[in-house]
Design a protein around this ligand. Structure first.
Ligand SMILES: *Cc1c(COP(=O)(O)O)cnc(C)c1O
Length: 350
């Protein structure tokens, strides 16, 4: 706290990102990165940008990337917004679409950045409890609200809300924005982007950090009705006109264009997830059904905090949240078969 701060700064409760350790020999299964690396075509496209053109500003609208996303999803480029990671896109959505006096609704176990944005932008919220099996109960959201946001699949549970339930949720709140954060949708669900032409209150965000293996590039996007996209553009152009640099625009567009790499690597992650779940269950873990590139697991006899600490001593890092309801769970990213085996071996020794 310093006298130089604007007064609200002292009340902020910032998000705490998962550890990015300096040690490189660790089996890193704590922040849901993709073990398979980005498309070689994306890397080549970024290398082609490394040159004299860097003296020029990038395209402020990232048109090339918007077109690639629009082609992939069969929408128009005006229905696409791009930003510096989906965290930035989410921040602009909270800022531009959720300040309506009534509370924003999201699940009680969810992405912990949502309450942080509420704190930053002065948005009132209500956390709606998930059911006993950590499922979203759509009926609970049919109440007056200033917006609804949830990840699908949910984080850190990995549970998917089927598209028909997403649609019921949209129908229950036609007068507020429903933001579906699809950071993990490519690992096991159908995107709600298919519904944007029917529901002008639907905004879908996605990231290239997980299924397209570009967490280090920082690119995220939103797809929705042009009026929702316009709100995001107005905020963005009042904040930073060039959130995506030349490498990011070129690399992200090429990643969307390289469907073969995307399909192959995501299929490998999905296959490893099934094997990981089997291995964990064989050791007595209860594992929630996951549609994401991570699993959420609990051992009936072992304390999750102690397991996480014991794993760390053996060079395997996973995520443990010291929060009500989920303190006995570990969130484990799906790695390569070798990484998953290293995790299972370390657990066995514990
Ligand atoms: C990883 C993640 C994000 C953030 O993605 P970035 O594009 O890397 O900022 C957003 N929402 C959820 C639920 C996530 O897990």
């Amino acid at each position: 706290m310093s006298k130089f701060w604007s007064p609200f700064v002292k009340d902020l409760v910032p998000y705490v990102p998962g550890e990015q350790p300096k040690l490189t020999r660790l089996v890193k299964l704590n922040t849901n990165e993709n073990p398979y690396g980005p498309s070689p075509k994306a890397i080549a496209a970024m290398q082609a940008e490394l040159g004299d053109s860097l003296r020029l500003y990038p395209d402020p609208n990232g048109e090339r990337l918007k077109q690639a996303v629009a082609d992939y999803y069969g929408v128009r480029p005006e229905q696409v917004f791009v930003g510096n990671g989906s965290d930035e896109v989410l921040a602009h959505a909270f800022h531009g679409l959720f300040q309506h006096g009534r509370p924003l609704l999201f699940p009680d176990v969810t992405y912990s950045f949502y309450p942080v944005y509420c704190g930053l932008y002065g948005i009132d919220f209500e956390a709606i409890p998930l059911d006993e099996e950590f499922r979203i109960r759509v009926e609970d959201y049919a109440r007056p609200n200033g917006g609804i946001v949830f990840p699908n699949p949910n984080a850190p549970t990995g549970r998917l809300l089927p598209l028909e339930a997403v649609e019921r949720l949209l129908q229950g709140s036609p007068d507020s924005v429903v933001l579906v954060d699809e950071a993990y949708i490519d690992f096991g669900g159908d995107s709600a982007i298919a519904l944007i032409d029917q529901y002008p209150n639907l905004l879908v965000t996605q990231t290239l950090s997980k299924s397209r293996s570009l967490a280090g590039l920082r690119v995220g996007l939103a797809v929705g009705h042009v009026e929702l996209i316009e709100a995001l553009e107005r905020i963005k152009n009042s904040f930073n006109s060039y959130p995506l640099d030349r490498m990011a625009i070129a690399g992200a567009a090429a990643a969307f264009e390289d469907r073969a790499w995307f399909e192959e690597t995501r299929a490998r992650v999905i296959a490893s997830r099934a094997a990981l779940v089997e291995g964990l269950e064989a050791q007595g873990f209860a594992v929630l059904p996951s549609a994401a590139n991570f699993v959420f697991a609990r051992h009936p006899a072992k304390d999750a905090g102690q397991l996480a600490a014991g794993l760390r001593e053996q060079g395997v890092i996973v995520r443990h949240f010291k929060q009500p309801r989920i303190a006995q769970y570990l969130r484990i990213t799906v790695g390569t078969p070798e990484q998953n085996q290293a995790l299972l071996d370390a657990l066995k020794s514990l």
